[in-house]
Design a protein around this ligand. Structure first.
Ligand code: PXP
Length: 237
């Protein structure tokens, strides 16, 4: 059975909308653990649009399950990872103007800087996963760089609007997953997974970990909304 890494970035997104102290992603991580999360995932972006350095540091001290840090291959981000020592780092592409991570890391096209990032992280004793598109060339490159795992980008699957499209994308994910497993890589997947589309991905052979953020945070906001209003109403009353 695949494990669940809960990405809490968007709890921090809500906080940063007011640059206040609530909601605290550290609290969300604890609640996610109570709900059964197998891992807590955060993306410390270079522009610090949601998760802050303080969050990562407090999470390192408080998270009791696996802590998975997503970050760019930039040397200054890798240096932070080596200092804080999450259990795993997932290297992702990053562009400042993007709304969210678009596409996987081009390990083939950025081989040298990616290799250097992987080397530094491995030397610091951190497991390294590469977030890549379900593409054979990218998997070969991940194997060459001695990554421990790959996380397959499921964004294209999630964006399909009909069954035939979803099926075609699932076949790509399945082939890439089989190739990664045969090469000895641990297999993860994520991006755009929701309560409606997750099951076929969770059922892929050898699927080890799913990282899911936006859909879980979105649902949490709504399932807690009625109670939050009731509590405010009671106070005012
Ligand atoms: N995996 C990776 C590598 C990501 O960059 C993200 C988004 O930060 C996710 C998983 C989670 O995606 P979503 O928020 O769409 O569930």
């Amino acid at each position: 059975m695949a494990t669940l890494g809960v990405n809490i970035d968007h709890v921090a997104t809500i906080r940063q909308a007011r640059r206040t102290v609530e909601p605290d992603p550290v609290w969300a991580a604890a609640l996610a653990e109570l709900g059964g999360a197998d891992a807590i995932t955060v993306h410390l972006r270079e522009d610090r649009r949601h998760i802050q350095d303080r969050d990562l540091e407090v999470l390192r001290r408080t998270v009791q399950v696996k802590l998975n840090l997503e970050c760019a291959i930039a040397p200054e981000m890798v240096a932070i990872a080596c200092r804080v020592k999450p259990d795993q780092v997932t290297l992702v592409p990053e562009r400042r103007e993007e709304v969210t991570t678009e596409g996987g890391l081009d390990v083939v096209g950025s081989r040298e800087p990616t290799a250097e990032a992987v080397r530094r992280l491995r030397d610091a004793g951190i497991a390294v996963s590469l977030f890549i598109d379900p593409d054979a060339r990218q998997i070969d490159a991940a194997v060459d760089l001695a990554a421990k795992a790959v996380e397959l980008h499921t964004g294209c699957y999630a964006n399909e609007t009909d069954d035939a499209g979803r099926h075609a994308r699932l076949v790509e994910l399945s082939r890439a997953g089989a190739m990664a497993r045969q090469a000895g890589l641990a297999l993860a997947a994520g991006h755009g997974l929701t309560y409606r589309n997750v099951v076929p991905v969770a059922r892929l052979d050898g699927m080890g970990e799913l990282n899911i953020g936006h859909s879980i945070v979105s649902r949490a906001v709504l399932v807690g909304f009625t109670q939050a209003v009731r509590e405010m109403k009671a106070l005012i009353g």
